[in-house]
Design a protein around this ligand. Structure first.
Ligand code: DGJ
Length: 751
């Protein structure tokens, strides 16, 4: 990054790209303006050719000739024109942003001070250099030195202006059970906005986004990536201006936002991060994955091996008893699970979602002996014990709400509306923060609980007095609570959940090292949800569960192994009724967990890449790589007639090295073959008949096995032929049967 203080004392980024080697390059990379342009206004008569309209300023205000969207909107009693000029620069040891999460490990911080002499306001531009991660961080600090209050109505964390190279914008959009869809649009002239206004960073528009130069793809070409270390309302905007420069901004959403500063007061924005890669979207994603692991996740979690989880939610929902939980625990332990998580419904009068939130005492009718008795039983089975809470919420039907109706978010004019029968507590209030910290602490201290799933199942409404800093104050309150809890319970593994991915962002990851990505556990949907997430976030922070064969969300059937093939890329868990498993299912799951543990380091800490997606091939391929080891996952969308040849292809292999590869053998149910099973069965098996079910519970078919040795060059150019795929004409041990939504994993190791 080359930052230039222009003769007019404006701060301009002249260059953002591949590493520069010498300051001698600066002159050649700095723009000159020998003549003015058209109708643009002259900023200063001494340099008449220069207009703020086309300077590439690092922040922009309105009213002095810059007609692109300002990144900063201020006003005071004297008006709204602010003209900042550079005053001084300081390089210092990086300092944390007060009250907001600050990624650690920066090598240095540059602070540029700019002043508005007439309005008496100072701006500090903070640039963080994460040198070994190839990432820059930026945030803005605004200080009012005027005796009259200053109003801030827009304060984006950064602005970067880059030359037009026919970019596409890639964002992650979605909704409940449908998170992280990758959408790519061509950027034309005008303004594009990606934002959340619901109080959470949201599953609608994740704050992560990237830009692809024309021609860039997964493997090559220039990409720019951005994210915001923030969990509330955010806005990312892209404006291709009249001179075809692209203005990129990101920060707190200005909708409903207004901050007033008295003399001497200051305001800081959250940090935005930015990165550049010439190695396509995979190269950019690798930078993001490393950055989150190295600089966002707190150091004590960085190397922490994440346990294999069993969670009872999809198996029981609210309908469980202690004997039921104990039976699930025993089964889970036998299968190799390491952490048993009791989800919603264990407290207060909570037998459905209309009661109990806010009353965090155990329901001793459901769980006689309390949580301690369950954590003891888990320990007897050599498992850890974890719990679900939704601490930011109350039901109207709760003791908590009845005692403190004033604690919920409300405008005191309308009857507050509910989501999932619940109100949201107002975490901007100190007494509410204390209540949340105390109630979570009491639960964690009541038993041997080493994991907490922190849920948040509604968005904000009925907010008081806007525009204001209400939404931001809520997030500051939340961060203060999370920091207090993470500090007090360093041995508890916290998992962030907001109906799945409704608050999946770098702010939450700064406190809680992992996140439940989505309530959609259907493996085929999950392929899309995880593919999107891994563009900006590492496998180590994403938790994924294998659920029952018929998906709760899609009613789509897929095999347990197909579900594992997807869920294993990240942190693995299970959430199906283990008492309903056939003996074949039990063997299948035990085999999956053993395989996962054998390769856990790779699945959790390896670097993910997309090798192919469904727009390029009928078989999508992911890989995860670390050192000499790689796992490649191959995924089928729909079974094709006369399927074309498929290959085991991968990325980043050493051309002249040899690799041994082997497929993971899967279980194929006899039921998959329907009435065709009779071609091999000595007794007639009526399709979907009782006998077929009885036989299929005890006997399965095994998938093909394929292994061999091959050079990196072969894997990189064309790849290894995979065994012939099922084509409707016969089946034997060498036929590769994936079927609709099926998959296969291959483990490769350099010899
Ligand atoms: C939403 C979560 O995403 C689910 O996993 C589950 O915990 C439910 N809430 C429980 O109410």
């Amino acid at each position: 990054m080359l930052i230039h203080i222009t003769p007019n004392k404006k701060v301009v980024t002249e260059y953002f790209g591949s590493r520069l080697f010498s300051l001698k390059e600066a002159t050649a990379l700095t723009r000159t303006y020998p003549t003015g342009q058209g109708t643009s206004l002259t900023y200063d008569e001494e340099t008449p050719a220069v207009s703020l309209d086309y300077l590439k300023a690092d922040f922009a205000t309105a009213g002095r000739g810059d007609y692109a969207w300002p990144s900063l909107i201020l006003s005071n009693k004297d008006g709204g024109v602010f003209d900042f000029i550079f005053q001084s620069a300081e390089v210092r040891k990086p300092q944390n942003i007060v009250g907001l999460p600050t990624p650690h490990g920066a090598s240095e911080e540059l602070v540029l001070t700019c002043v508005e002499p007439v309005m008496k306001v100072t701006i500090l531009l903070h640039y963080f250099v994460y040198e070994s991660n190839d990432v820059f961080g930026r945030y803005l600090e605004i200080k009012n030195e005027n005796e009259f209050p200053l109003a801030i109505t827009r304060a984006e964390s950064f602005q970067l202006v880059i030359p037009n190279r026919e970019y596409s914008l890639v964002t992650l959009y979605g909704s409940w059970a449908n998170e992280n869809n990758v959408e790519e649009v061509r950027i034309g002239h005008g303004r594009l906005v990606n934002e959340s206004t619901c109080g959470l960073s949201s599953n609608r528009h994740n704050p992560f986004f990237l830009l692809k130069e024309k021609g860039a793809n997964a493997q090559k070409g220039v990409c720019y990536g951005f994210n915001l270390v923030y969990s509330g309302n955010h806005e990312e905007s892209l404006e291709l201006d009249a001179f075809s420069s692209l203005h990129i901004q990101s920060g707190i959403s200005p909708l409903y936002f207004r901050k007033s500063l008295v003399k001497g007061a200051s305001f800081v924005t959250p940090m935005a991060i930015m990165a550049y890669s010439k190695e396509g979207t995979n190269g950019l994603s690798h930078i993001m994955q490393h950055f989150v692991n190295d600089c966002v996740i707190q150091a004590q979690y960085k190397e922490m091996v994440r346990p294999v989880v069993y969670n009872n939610w999809e198996a029981t929902m609210f309908d469980f008893s202690k004997p039921k939980l104990v039976s699930l625990m025993k089964k889970a332990a036998d299968l190799g699970v390491e952490l048993f998580v009791l989800d919603d419904g264990w407290f207060g009068s909570r037998d459905d979602d209309s009661h109990g939130l806010g009353d965090w005492e155990v329901n001793s009718k459901k769980i006689p002996g309390g949580l301690k008795s369950l954590s003891d039983i888990a320990a007897l089975h050599h498992m850890r014990f974890g719990i679900w809470m939704e601490p930011e919420m109350v039901n109207e039907e709760s003791k908590c709400y009845k005692a403190h109706p004033e604690w919920i978010i409300q405008d005191h004019l309308h009857k507050p509306i509910k989501g999932r029968h619940q109100f949201m507590l107002d975490l901007s209030k100190k007494e509410v923060q204390d209540f949340v910290v105390d109630s979570v602490s009491e639960v964690l201290n009541s038993a041997d609980i080493t994991y907490l799933k922190w849920d948040c199942n509604r968005m904000m409404s009925d907010f008081p007095l806007v525009p204001s800093t209400f939404f931001h104050d809520y997030i500051l309150g939340l961060y203060s609570v999370l920091a207090r809890l993470a500090f007090t319970f360093p041995d508890v593994l916290f998992e962030n959940c907001a109906s799945g991915g409704n608050r999946f962002d770098l702010g939450m990851l700064s406190y809680f090292p992992q996140s439940w990505l989505s309530d959609d556990t259907d493996s085929f949907q999950r392929y899309y949800i995880q593919s999107g997430a891994y563009l900006g976030y590492p496998l180590s922070v994403c938790s994924n569960h294998v659920s029952a064969k018929t998906s709760n969300q899609m009613l789509r059937k897929s095999s347990l192994d197909a579900k594992f093939d997807i869920a294993s890329f990240g942190i693995l868990g299970y959430e199906l009724d283990l008492n309903d498993l056939t003996s074949i299912d039990e063997k299948t799951i035990a085999g999956q967990i053993a395989y996962y543990k054998e390769h856990r380091d790779l699945f959790q800490m390896g670097v993910w890449s997309e090798v192919k997606n469904f727009s390029e091939s009928h078989l999508a391929l992911w890989q995860v790589q670390s050192g000499d080891e790689t796992i490649i996952g191959t995924f089928e969308k729909l079974q094709e007639p006369a399927p074309e040849e498929s290959h085991l292809e991968g990325l980043n292999f050493k051309g002249d090295a040899l690799y041994h590869f082997s497929s993971r053998q899967e279980s194929i149910s006899l039921k998959k073959f329907g009435h065709l099973a009779n071609l091999a069965s000595p007794v007639h098996l009526k399709e979907e008949g009782v006998l077929q079910s009885i036989v299929a519970a005890k006997k399965d078919m095994k998938s093909e096995e394929q292994e061999g040795t091959v050079s990196g060059n072969a894997l990189l150019s064309g790849g290894v032929f995979l065994s012939q795929e099922w084509s409707g004409t016969g089946y034997n041990k060498d036929v590769r049967l994936l079927g609709d939504f099926g998959g296969r994993l291959y483990y490769l190791k350099k010899i």
